[in-house]
Design a protein around this ligand. Sequence first.
Ligand code: SAM
Ligand code: DTB
Ligand code: SF4
Length: 327
Amino acid sequence: MDATAHSAVQYANPNPPQRWNRQQVLELFQLPFNDLLFKAQQVHREHFDANRVQLSTLLSIKTGACPEDCAYCPQSGHYNTELEKEKLLPLEPILQAAQAAKDAGATRFCMGAAWRSPSDKELPQVLATVKAVKQLGLETCATLGMLKPEQAQQLAKAGLDYYNHNLDTSEDYYDQIITTRTYQDRLDTLEAVRDAGMNVCCGGIVGMGESENDRVGLLLTLANLPKPPESVPINNLVKVPGTPLEDVDDLDDFDFIRTIAVARILMPTSYVRLSAGRHEMNEQMQALCFMAGANSIFYGDELLTTENSSCQHDQALFQRLGIQAEA
Ligand code: SAM
Ligand code: DTB
Ligand code: SF4
């Protein structure tokens, strides 16, 4: 089928959620680059101001010694990445970081913990932290691992606006990357988050040696969730020495940009976040990602444990591109 004709029909009615099939998604990936970018930019402009980007700032509130074996992750206790481990941070330094993020222009503050799932002992401290961060006038986001439905409800009640839990890759490639939790575990957590009424932030990582078919599978699963995630982080693998993926081949830059463009087309009303890996990208590459429909970034000198493009650098880039930060 001609992908252009098909998707034109779909764009006409983005409500109720669209259902995509594998062939349609593959056809999008295989469009000539300029056609794909043009289409993505059209979809983007139907739903968003094309010159506005949302800023989220990350903080690792509990670092390292994670029992999971995610092959990309510097915080897994299974690998020696010479990371400085840290217990759950007390409220005060978290609030200071949140205030600094707000002062620098971020609208959302995302707290990450290297847990398989939050313990009953530690969750109350996180709930109090979420409440306090929200009182600063920031949107709140957390990524704490798997959640049971009751835990998701407690977080929602504390005022958590977004929960980040990524599918990371396709179901087919998944067991090459993580063995300590299943794809279904991830889908169950996403369901618990949805049922609790929070916004879902869910995406994945590319550049982990996966095939184009795996990138198709990841985006297809995301777009066909009962409701597409409000926020879709697309990470380009940050290769950390000591992790099993430290020497994996780079993904072709154009294939990364294509992944952003296809995400934009499949999930027209979602924020697509140009996420980890930005520090390793030049300005032209980032500009093409914005052209392809990315409209959110992680903003701050650090991601969780690795370097991010600096705030200063990002502000200069926005200035050069005429991009405004969402207020
Ligand atoms: N432990 C929690 C979990 O995995 O659900 C939350 C924190 S975890 C670090 C959040 C996400 O960061 C992962 O799902 C993965 O997508 C991303 N991530 C971690 N290490 C990365 C890396 N080296 N490069 C790119 N993305 C990475
Ligand atoms: C997401 O998709 N990417 C962020 C956030 N969600 C939590 C994390 C990226 C981590 C990159 C490696 C690090 O800094 O430890
Ligand atoms: Fe642990 Fe999350 Fe890293 Fe996996 S991605 S090892 S669960 S911190």
